[in-house]
Ligand binder design. Structure first.
Ligand code: FAD
Length: 379
């Protein structure tokens, strides 16, 4: 089998880059180990499209993503579940270390706005007008009206379908084990677990999330300094209905809250499950589930008792030391590129980052938006 571009991994990034390449007339084969959207880009609930308190190096991409998300469903011809709800990052403390608190709010709002993410500071009364039932300890919030949420699985399938309509071929159940770089007149190629070899006339993109560091190390001996985490999402049914019209984050607590259909609350914010070597999957850590829920109880006492509906920690995600991704050519492996290390917040960037990754593959040069994500930032 041969194509101009081969993509390893059929998550949101693999499918979206395939769509951008195929819709520009390029031949593309995607090899997905299990099923499209079966990894971090799947699972229940929604994902936050959040610029509020995001790493400044990601804001140029996020600004572009804010522009692209509202029109994505029309472009792909399928629902994405995107809602521009706005977000708040709640503030309870006067000072939080060197980065937060009421004292830092105006500076964050100014900086985010200068990066093209309009942000305003709300006082506690204004926040409680919008979210009645919020704890009286909330003193202020950063409000970003351009933030929102989107449905990850539906959007990933929408990208995959649009890629197929443009001619891309997506093979599921095709786990890639072996990588061979371009050399001595031979194309770069990959080999699947069941022995299928696929050649790439132009380039291979490794978009297999937590598998990327291992694939690169085992095949090319290069270290991608990143590790696997199992982000925790808890679905809760509140005793009393609460109004949560925005995506809610926090300045100092590990908490992120979204409201789902049917009065359910989706709770996350940086808590993790752990790897279970027996099942090879993530499993919940009870103390972390309780810790996450305790944060919400403190913030939203009006919700009353919070009944657990389900806990999800199965999807691996790759984290990096500086908490921003790696998008680059693989050193010493001609014809290979990688995009991984989204560190739990890759979703929001998807429409813009996938388009720019496709540009990197087509032209061999990274647009300026991707420059901070180069592997060369690690000496
Ligand atoms: C629970 C959770 C909550 C999150 N919440 C948010 C949020 O609110 N906002 C936000 O911005 N981001 C969020 N994220 C992060 C975001 O969802 C991810 O960064 C993004 O989905 C990563 O997409 P991906 O395509 O790189 O990876 P994945 O979707 O994991 O896709 C990688 C694919 O590669 C396949 N694969 C693996 N190994 C191989 C192999 N050897 N051969 C072939 N295929 C292989 C896998 O089966 C998988 O389908 C969250 C992530 C999780 C897990």
């Amino acid at each position: 089998m041969i194509a101009e571009y081969v993509i390893v991994g059929g998550g949101a990034y693999g499918c979206a880059v395939a769509y951008h390449l195929a819709s520009q007339g390029r031949s593309v084969v995607v090899l997905e180990a299990v099923g499209v959207g079966g990894g971090a880009s799947g699972g229940p609930g929604k994902r936050g499209v959040r610029g509020n308190r995001r790493d400044l190096r990601e804001l140029p991409l996020l600004r572009e993503a804010h522009r692209l998300w509202p029109r994505l469903a029309d472009e792909l011809g399928a629902e994405t579940g995107y809602v521009r709800s706005g977000s708040v990052s709640l503030i309870e403390e006067e000072v939080v270390g060197g980065r937060g608190g009421v004292v830092a709010a105006e500076a964050h709002a100014y900086t985010q706005t200068r990066f093209g993410i309009p942000t305003e500071v709300w006082d506690g009364a204004r926040v409680r007008e919008v979210i009645p039932g919020l704890s009286g300890n909330v003193r202020a919030a950063l409000h970003v009206p351009g933030d929102g949420v989107a449905a990850q699985y539906r959007t990933t399938l929408a990208y995959a379908d649009a890629a197929r309509r443009s001619g891309a071929v997506i093979h599921e159940g095709a786990k890639v084990l072996e990588l061979r770089s371009r050399q001595a007149g031979r194309h770069a190629r990959v080999v699947t677990e069941d022995g299928r070899a696929v050649e790439a006339e132009r380039a291979v993109l490794l978009a297999a999330n937590s598998s990327v560091p291992g694939l690169v190390r085992e095949n090319f001996g290069h270290v991608v300094p990143a590790w696997t985490v199992y982000p925790q999402v808890v679905l809760l049914r509140p005793e009393h209905a609460v109004t949560l019209p925005l995506l809610v984050g926090h300045d100092s607590r590990l908490i992120s809250v979204k409201s789902l259909d049917g009065g359910l609350i989706q709770l996350s914010g940086g808590w993790r499950g752990r790897f279970d070597p027996d099942t090879g999957r993530g499993e919940p850590v009870e103390a972390n589930v309780r810790g996450n829920i305790a944060q919400l109880e403190a913030l939203l006492p009006a919700a009353g008792e919070l009944t657990r509906v389900s806990v999800h920690v199965a999807s691996p995600e790759t984290a990096t030391v500086d908490q921003i991704p790696f998008v680059d050519a693989v050193p010493g492996a001609e014809g290979f590129y990688l995009a991984t290390g989204w560190t739990g917040h890759g979703w929001a960037l998807l429409p813009a980052a996938s388009r720019d990754i496709a540009h990197l593959l087509l032209h061999g040069t990274a647009p300026s938006t991707l420059a901070p994500f180069s592997l060369s930032r690690i000496p």
